[in-house]
Ligand binder design. Sequence first.
Ligand SMILES: [Zn+2]
Length: 600
Amino acid sequence: MTTLPFDDTTDFEDADRGLIGSLVPCVVTTEDGRVIWDNDAYQFLDDDCPDTANPSLWRQSQLCAKQGLYEVTDGIYQVRGLDLSNMTLVEGDVGVIVIDPLISKETAAAALGLYREHRGDRPVTAVIYTHAHGDHFGGVHGVYREGIPIVAGHGFMEAAIAENVYAGGAMNRRAEYMYGAQLEKGPAGQIGAGLGQTTSLGSIGLIAPTLEITHTGQEETLDGVLIRFQMTPGTECPVEMNFLFPEKRALCMAENATHNLHNLVTLRGAVVRDARIWAHYLNEAIDLFADDMDVAFASHHWPTWGRDRVVTYLSQQRDLYAYLHDQTLRLMNQGHTGIEIAEMVEMPPALEAAWHTHGYYGSVSHNVKAIYQRYLGWFDGNPAHLWQHPPVETGTRYVEAFGGADVVIAKARGYIDGGDLRFAAELLNHVIFADDTNTEARELLAGVYDTLGYGAENGTWRNFYLQGAYELRHGVQAAALDSVGSPDMVGALAVDQLFDSVAIRVNGPKAWDEHLTIDFSFTDLGQTYRLELTNGVLIQGVDPKGGTADLTLTLTKPQLLGLLGGSGLDTIATAGDASVVARLLGVLDPPNPGFAIVTP
Ligand SMILES: [Zn+2]
C-alpha cells in the first residue's frame, strides 16, 4: 500500500463545515419501538484505529459517522448521518424541495424533523429522486404531501423496479452481507460501509414520479427555484441525473462523484455499470457546470467547496473510472482475464494520493472484474472453466483428492501460518461445502474471514467477511431489509410489472403440465390483461383478441393487490372456472430471504 496522506485533513474540515445541529440521541425507531437506525452506536470511532481495522477505512468511517443538519450554501441544507444516504433540502419561495428521501420513511421523517427544528416548519413542495436506487427514494412516504411534484429521470420506475423487485430477493440477502446492518457495531465488528455507515431498516416505499426529466439542458422551476439538468444514464445507475442550481451556484452530483471509488458492480449484485460512460458524463459535467458553481454536493458524503477544488475533484473522479476502464481493456486485449487483471492494475500515484479515489465502496479489484464482465461475461475462455462442478460437488472432490478433510484443514493451517489467507479460505470453503457440519473448518474459516475483514480498506469487503464469519459461527441471519414484500413498494408497481413479478415466481417444473388462462378486466384502468400459463411460463398480454379465458375477473388494481396478497376472490366478480386462481397460486414459489451463502 502506498503511504496514505493522513496529513491532509481537508475532508474533516469539509465534513464539519456548516453544522447547524445534530439529532440527539441519533436513534430512530418505528412506531412500535423497533430501532431502525442507531448512529450513536458508532461513537467508538472517536478512538484511534485499533488493529482490528484498516486505518484508511477507520478514517473514512469517522467522516461518514458525523451526523446532523449542515448548511451547504445559502438556502441549501443537508441532513447527513441519518441513513446510508444524504437528504438534501433546497428552500424555495413557499417551502422546501427534498432531494433523495433516504431509505426508510422513519429516517426520512426524522431528517425532515431535524431540518424543521432549525429552519422552521416549511412544507415540502417537491421531491427529486437523483436516481433509481432504494437509498434515494425508499423513505418518500416520510416526507410526501399529497399533490406535490415528484421529479426523476426518464425510465425511473423501470430501473427502480428491475433492481429492487425482480432481483430484490437475492439482492436484499446479499445486501445483508454488503452493509452488515445486523452485525454488531464495534472496533472488531461493523464500522461502516464506506459510502455511509450502513442501511436503515425501516419501511421502504415508492411513489412514482410525476415530472420526468428527459434531456440534458432541460430546465424546471420548482417552488421558484431554477434547476438545470444533465442526464447521466448508465453511470452509477441506469437512470441518474446531475443538476445545477444556477441562482445558488450549487451543483448536485447525485451519486456520480462521491468521496470514494464507487462500484462498477456492487457486491450485493446489480447490472454491471459502464466505466467509460461514467467518465464521459463526469467530463461533460465539468464542461457544463464548472463556471456556474461554487460548491458541489452529492447524495452521499460531504460537499466540496470552491470552483477549482470541485474541478480537480471531478477530474480525478473522471480519471479514476477512465483509467480502470482503459487499462482493463488494454490488458484484456493482450489475453489477460479479469482475475489476473485485478492483480495487475495499479492506480497512478497522483490519483492514489487523493483520499476520495480510494476503494472504500468499490475496489480496484472487483471493479476490474466488473469491466471484464461487462465486455466478455463470466467465461474467461478457458474450457477448463466452461463446465465446472458446482460448489458441493467441487468441495467433495477436493476433500477426496487431498485424502480427507483433516488433510485439507492441516494444509489450510499451513497457508494461514504463511500469511496466505486467500488460499486458506479457498481450501476451507471446499471442506465446508463437502461437509458443513465440520465445526473445526467452520471456526477456522471464520477466523480467516475476521482477519481478512480487519485488513480491508473497503467497507463492503470488511462487511462481507465479517457477515460470513458470523454465519459460519451462528447460522444464517436472514435479510432484514425487504424491498420485495413491502406493501408501499408493491403498490407502486404498474399492473404489467405486478404480473412480471408473479411470473418470476412460477416454479417451472411444477407448472410444466399446467395450462390456464385468466382475463383481468380492470374497471379502474379500462383495460383487460390476459395471463396464460403454458410450458411453465406465465405470459401476459393486453386487450386479448380471440380465444376464451378459463376465468374472467372484473376488478380494480387495489383488488388485484389484495388477491396477490392472499385475500381471495370474495370481493371480485368472477365468470368461469374460479379454481384456476388456486392452481396458479399453487405453482408460485416465494423468495427465500435467508438462503445460505457461506454454507451449502
Ligand atoms: Zn446511494
